[in-house]
Design a protein around this ligand. Structure first.
Ligand code: SDX
Length: 429
């Protein structure tokens, strides 16, 4: 192997430049020296949607899209899903190492004792229409949390950050559950500190008149595993939003609100909701070939399929598919499952999908599990947001502490009008 450099010849001038290659990349700024004259701005790279641009160095999550590998801090997702818990995985993602027993107990204590939200939040939550989408409520509510904790602006103080981290991880489920109960016109169910993270979330969602809610252990564990599988995914759209908005040094609540808004989109975290609607629209197994024809004619997307990074089966989808059978055993199968399996079977052998390397992603099977667990379809992306909160915060914190990072402000290629003079309205045609 030769030198770790790239030699570039600018044919406009005949000049040659040698730029270093580090971690399989060149620095964008090393292109700026390539000019045709002294007053030339220098070369930029043009990469809409960052298809081939690394925005940061990170030690949090590793994905190999071709091999379908996903690791949090080096630990394979399959092992964490099998043997860890969401709070332990959240600690790992945020602190870089698996916690000792004492660290996990302290971490769990702090998260458990930050689940309550200010009573005033209920007042403005009541202001939303009964049928307001819970993600819209969550975007607004988590952003509003910044007004309850003004000290959160002190982002460079590690102890202050840790306190906001406890609050964010602990309060996202409470706000989500309150939003859900509001949509049903039901009284809010308060947190129960005797329950686990997942158990308490089920309690706040589904507690009725019983004195103490008892979570179904199968559903509780399944939900905890689903949160583990959603905990981080390197530089996805919402993590990019978290980093970009956070780079202005706004407080973490406002940055999480931006990340939640990005996740709301049907091409990102809103896909699990869109998959259910797609399967319902297909209606029956025998209608699948007709739908596939629509997709190939570009009249519809196969929601829950495709991925910017995974060009093979999303490793999370494999774990989720196995989890689905456990849930369906416990709660009865979802009639949409046979449509989903037939759709996957056809897509995985059809040239249109094979050529484009379109495989099931994390959202393909989650919707059916969530529905079987009793969650309404609008809550699906909220579940994604709860699981992804530790990942967003870890990405934000890594950005803040990275000496190479500054406020995110991309350049552009201006292709608009040249200078022209104002035209009085009476002269305009
Ligand atoms: C998540 O980034 C992450 O890590 C996200 C995520 C995370 O954990 O944070 O993994 C979570 O967001 C998963 C993705 C959920 N979204 C969906 O399931 C929505 C459906 N998927 C597509 O919208 C799409 O696959 C994306 C958005 C996921 C990826 O889009 P890309 O990388 O920009 O790919 P593309 O649109 O350039 O597609 C390449 C080709 C195109 O065909 P051509 O124009 O080249 O002929 O594949 C086609 C696309 O039309 N294509 C699809 C398709 N996805 C891509 N065609 C039909 N159905 C699809 N789902």
């Amino acid at each position: 192997m030769g030198k770790e450099t790239l030699t570039i010849t600018d044919n406009r001038t005949g000049k040659t430049y040698e730029v270093p290659i580090e971690h399989g990349a060149i620095r964008g700024m090393d292109l700026r020296q390539i000019k045709v004259s002294e007053d030339d701005f220098g070369l930029m790279s043009y990469d809409p949607a960052f298809m081939n641009t690394a925005s940061c160095k990170s030690t949090i999550t590793f994905i190999d899209g071709e091999k379908g590998i996903l690791q949090y801090r080096g630990y394979p997702i399959e092992q964490l899903a099998e043997r860890s818990t969401f709070l332990e995985t959240a600690f790992l993602i945020l602190h870089g190492e698996l916690p000792t027993r004492a660290q996990l107990d302290e971490w769990t204590y702090h998260i458990t004792h930050h689940t309550m939200i200010h009573e005033n939040i209920k007042k403005f939550m009541d202001g939303f229409h009964y049928d307001a989408h819970p993600m819209g409520i969550l975007v607004g509510t988590v952003g509003a949390l910044s007004t309850f904790y003004p000290d959160a602006k002190n982002i460079m103080d590690p102890a202050n950050r840790e306190k906001q981290i406890y609050r964010l991880i602990a309060k996202m489920p409470t706000m989500a559950a309150f939003a859900y109960r509001h949509s049903l016109g039901m009284p809010y169910a308060y947190p129960d500190n005797d329950l686990t993270f997942a158990g308490n979330f089920l309690n706040m969602l589904f507690k009725m008149t019983e004195m103490k809610y008892k979570p179904n252990p199968v559903l509780e564990r399944a939900l905890d595993v689903l949160f583990i599988l959603h905990a981080d995914h390197e530089q996805n759209c919402s993590a990019n939003a978290m980093r970009s908005v956070g780079s202005s040094h706004v407080d973490p609540y406002s940055a999480v609100a931006a990340a939640t808004a990005a996740l709301y989109g049907p091409l990102h975290g809103g896909a699990n909701e869109a998959v259910l609607r797609m399967l319902r629209e297909i209606g029956s197994k025998d209608k699948v070939p007709e739908f596939v024809k629509k997709v190939k004619a570009r009249e519809a997307l196969l929601m829950g399929f495709g991925h910017r990074v995974y060009k093979s089966y999303d490793p999370r989808a494999k774990v989720i598919k196995n989890l689905a059978y456990q849930i369906f055993q416990e709660r009865g199968t979802n009639p949409l499952l046979e449509i989903a399996i037939e759709l996957e079977r056809i897509a995985l052998q059809d040239e249109f999908f094979v050529k484009r390397k379109l495989y099931p992603n994390v959202d393909y099977y989650t919707g059916m599990i969530y529905e079987a667990m009793g969650f309404p379809v609008e809550v699906f992306p909220v579940l994604f947001a709860i699981g992804r909160t530790p990942g967003w915060i870890a990405q934000w914190q890594e950005m803040l502490l990275d000496s190479e990072q500054k406020i995110a402000r991309p350049r552009q290629l201006y292709v608009g009008s040249g200078k022209r003079d104002y035209v009085p309205i009476e002269q305009r045609r």
